[in-house]
Design a protein around this ligand. Structure first.
Ligand SMILES: Cc1ncc(COP(=O)(O)O)c(C=O)c1O
Length: 410
């Protein structure tokens, strides 16, 4: 351990000790739950403590070899990621949004093309489609999974055609960590000759009926944004595919459309590489990722079994696993603010993903929606609330969250 990292770890530990001490004194003083230490929504600090100085050493190695762009760690991470998820190709890149953009660029979408995607998602999903002049056509979601509803997908295909657009493909989103219902979406894609790609920014590490995220559809994009289940210390992302042709185009696009070398440009591309430093960090984090996923699952199972009678709990599809990027429940719209405030008063953070579906946002409201509208997306935007979720959420903290939700909703 370096002097610096030892010092930093000691500082962190002493912060934790001080917090623990504060927490104990508060309890001893018989103070109310409202004055307890605030809980983290996603606790990256605990992960840092667990990883000890391994990340510091990984960063130090990069500083020593100095290959900051496409250094050896980028190649190593590619190997580790393909091994982890079983995809034939893993191409790391600058962030999750660029991962989606690289795939769409390689697929060659353009004006007049319609790409069907959910509206109940983060803006990047639709944004990447619009970059290339294509039109996102918004699809509704299933109320229990928060993921694309295959029935609404059929309606969206009809809407696109009625609007004079050519439906070319579907971009599912594996929202909150759970894969979409691919067994029901894939036949719709095949029947209409549409390609299928996944926005798996929130679901890397999950699986669907024996298939790992990264191996479903023609390609998958993920994000390693720090708060994602597998996150780096900045921006990062990856494209996964089993298609050799698509992989080689994405590889070229990510470095300015390069051909045989970087001064041979065979297509218009972008600067979409992942930094070597971020790759070095991800290599270390990937080592503990399977254990972290188990821990997340244990937290989610406990929440599910305790909160079932109090709120609509997330329901994983039979045979699928979630990485629980968010643990999101739904409550009657009139009670959500009260719940959020009640949790806050008890030192428990919560968050709303997403308060407004994309088709209601200024930037996206001109784009078509499936059929006569997206009633489920609109309703859930008023009902969802996400609770603290991370691998290091200890039993007493889980207990606090559960008791607080029950007290507010009971
Ligand atoms: C569903 C979804 N898609 C795409 C992205 C974009 O990822 P990034 O922030 O790495 O560009 C995110 C990130 O929050 C996301 O949640």
């Amino acid at each position: 351990m370096t002097e610096q990292s030892r010092h930093r770890n000691e500082v962190h530990r002493s912060d934790v000790m001080t917090d623990m001490h504060r927490h104990e004194s508060a309890s001893r003083a018989g103070k109310s739950a409202a004055v307890r230490k605030p809980m983290a929504f996603i606790d990256l600090e605990q992960q840092r403590l667990r990883l000890g100085d391994s990340i510091d050493r990984a960063i130090q190695r990069v500083l020593e070899h100095g290959n900051y762009i496409m250094g050896p760690e980028v190649g190593q991470l590619k190997e580790n990621l393909t091994q982890f998820c079983g995809a034939k190709h893993a191409l790391t890149c600058s962030n999750g949004t660029d991962a989606l953009g690289l795939i769409l660029m390689a697929l060659g979408i353009g004006p007049g093309d319609a790409v069907l995607c959910p509206s109940f998602t983060f803006a990047a999903t639709a944004e990447a489609i619009v970059w290339f002049g294509a039109t996102p056509v918004f699809v509704d979601i299933h109320p229990h999974t928060f993921n694309m509803d295959p029935g609404s997908l059929e309606a969206a295909i009809r809407t696109a055609a009625a609007d004079g657009l050519k439906p070319v493909g579907v971009m599912t989103v594996d929202l909150f960590g759970q894969p979409a219902d691919y067994d029901r979406i894939e036949p719709v894609c095949s029947a209409h000759r549409l390609w299928l790609m996944s926005d798996a920014a929130q679901s890397f590490g999950a699986s669907y009926k024996g298939r790992n995220v990264g191996t479903i559809g023609i390609a998958t994009g993920t994000s390693f944004y720090p708060a994602k289940p597998l996150g780096c210390y900045g921006d990062g992302g990856a494209v996964f595919t089993n298609d050799d042709g698509l992989a080689s185009v994405v590889q070229s696009l990510r470095i300015h459309g390069q051909g045989t070398d970087k001064y041979d440009n065979v297509r218009i591309g972008l600067n979409g590489r992942m930094d070597t430093l971020q790759a070095a960090i991800l290599i270390e984090k990937l080592r503990i990722f399977p254990d972290e996923l188990e821990r997340r699952d244990r937290v989610a199972c406990r929440y599910n079994s305790e909160l079932a009678g109090f709120a609509r709990i997330p329901e994983p599809i039979e045979g699928a696993s979630s990485v629980w990027a968010q643990y999101t429940i739904a409550v009657p719209a009139g009670r959500r603010n009260g719940l959020a405030q009640g949790l806050k008063a008890r030192g428990i953070p919560s968050a709303i993903y997403y308060p407004m579906p994309l088709h209601r946002q200024i930037a996206y409201r001109e784009y078509p929606v499936a059929g006569n509208g997206l009633p489920v997306s609109e309703r859930l935007a008023g009902e969802v609330i996400s609770l603290p979720m991370h691998p290091y959420l200890e039993d007493p903290e889980q207990e606090r969250v559960i008791e607080a939700v029950k007290a507010e909703l009971g």
